[in-house]
Design a protein around this ligand. Structure first.
Ligand code: MG
Length: 263
């Protein structure tokens, strides 16, 4: 498994302020110059299936009912979430914070359907921004990336700040989209060093966009041109969705736990 080359440089930005710039394999994180980091090609997805029903061994996390919301989800402090139910979907509420599962998960197969707001407002990172966070911290970006340009490693389906999607297979605002995610958690030794990195395979609307990508570090925001590094954590943690201030909706969320191969 090839190891990505990560370098950090502190440079002055155009306001004379010191800024951390992170480079992964020579490409600046959040590079928005398309000559240096081309945007993924646009692909039109096929007609959506009516509904990808959960298989018999899945743990259903949200099935469109208030009951499944109350049973399986809280805010990050363990209190009932202020996200709201709209037409059988779970909608992000500004300043309500992230919503997370009561149950913790490590490696898993996760199916999530989401829709960015039909009333388009904002642009770039400010349009239909949310996120699917494995273990509460590894973000697959949710964004309205339909005719909405932003840096490649921050568009819909990106492993935020780490890996742009292979293609942009976004549907129009308001239309239901799917992520099918196969995630293997990172493994840490007793000193807290990562000994096996996380991997992601992701299909967006049925199209492969992350092809067994080895995650080079954390996906947290760490300044305008950097992402966080790995930090040791538990083997299982909640799955969460981001409140980024935009009323993004989620539905039909189910998960299947996966075993980790021995080191
Ligand atoms: Mg996000």
């Amino acid at each position: 498994m090839s190891k990505p080359v990560i370098t950090n440089e502190i440079r002055k930005n155009d306001k004379g302020k010191d800024v951390i710039y992170m480079f992964i394999d020579g490409i600046k994180v959040h590079e928005d110059d398309v000559t240096k980091q081309p945007l993924p090609p646009v692909v039109t997805p096929g007609e959506p299936p009516a509904f990808v029903a959960p298989p018999s061994d899945a743990i259903v996390l949200f099935d469109g009912t208030e009951e499944s919301l109350k049973k399986n989800w809280t805010d990050t402090k363990g209190n009932p979430s202020r996200w709201k139910m709209v037409d059988g979907a779970l909608e992000s509420v500004k300043k309500a914070g992230y919503i997370q599962t009561k149950q913790s998960f490590g490696s898993c197969q996760l199916h999530v359907e989401w829709a960015s707001p039909v009333n388009v407002s904002g642009n770039g990172q400010g349009r239909g921004n949310s996120g699917v966070f494995l273990m509460g911290q590894y973000e697959i970006q949710v964004l309205d990336s339909y005719e909405n340009q932003t840096y490649a490693d921050g568009q819909a389906g990106a492993l935020y700040g780490r890996s742009k999607p292979l293609v942009n297979v976004s549907r129009k605002p308001g239309e239901w989209q799917s992520f099918d995610i196969i995630f293997h958690r990172p493994i840490f030794d007793e000193k807290g060093e990562v000994v096996r990195r996380a991997t992601f395979t992701v299909l967006h609307n049925g199209v492969l966009i992350q092809d067994h990508v080895v995650l080079s570090g954390g996906t947290g925001w760490n300044g305008p041109h950097a992402a966080t590094e790995y930090k040791a954590h538990a083997d299982k943690l909640p799955i969460s969705f981001q409140d980024h201030g935009n009323p993004v909706r989620f539905r039909n969320v189910w998960v299947r736990e996966l075993h980790d191969k021995p080191l």
